[in-house]
Design a protein. Structure first.
Length: 141
C-alpha cells in the first residue's frame, strides 16, 4: 500500500471466544413491517415498509439441559423488540434504526455479536430495496 494512501488496511475484528460447543447462530429472516422512517417530506407523512434481517452470535454451551426456553436466546423476544422499535417515534435514518436494533439484541448477555440488515422496500421503482447492513461485536467479550 502506498505511504500516502488514505485507505487503511482492515484490522482483524476482536476475537469472540466460543463456548465449549462453539458459536450458535440465532436469526430472524425477512421480517417485514412498517415504520415512520426517512428524511423526506413524503417519508414523514406515511409509514414505510422495511425488511429486517438479524443474525445473533451466541456462545454455545451445548444443548439446553432441560429443553427450556430460558436456556437459550429467544428469537421471539428479539422480534418483539424490533416491533416496538418499528411502532415507535419517527426515525430519520435507516442507520439509526439498525443501531437501535443492535442495541436491543445486546440486552441478552449471551449475545456476543450481531448483524442487522435494514431494507427500505419502496424507495425506488426500479430496485427491490435500498438499505444498510451493520455488524457489531460486544466489547466486553
Amino acid at each position: 500500500m502506498p505511504r500516502n494512501s488514505k485507505v487503511q488496511p482492515l484490522r482483524p475484528p476482536p476475537s469472540i471466544t466460543p463456548g465449549p460447543d462453539g458459536i450458535r447462530k440465532v436469526f430472524i429472516k425477512d421480517m417485514v413491517g412498517a415504520c415512520a422512517l426517512g428524511i423526506h417530506r413524503h417519508e414523514k407523512e406515511a409509514r414505510q415498509r422495511v425488511r429486517i434481517n438479524i443474525e445473533l452470535s451466541v456462545i454455545d454451551m451445548g444443548p439446553p439441559p432441560d429443553d427450556h426456553i430460558h436456556q437459550v436466546v429467544c428469537y421471539e423476544d428479539v422480534a418483539d423488540d424490533v416491533r416496538r422499535l418499528l411502532d415507535g417515534s419517527h426515525i430519520h435514518l435507516v442507520e439509526t434504526l439498525a443501531e437501535s436494533i443492535a442495541v436491543a439484541c445486546f440486552k441478552d448477555e449471551r449475545v456476543v455479536a450481531v448483524r442487522v440488515r435494514v431494507d427500505k422496500l419502496d424507495v425506488f421503482d426500479d430496485a427491490e430495496s435500498a438499505g444498510i447492513e451493520i455488524s457489531r461485536i460486544r466489547s466486553s467479550h
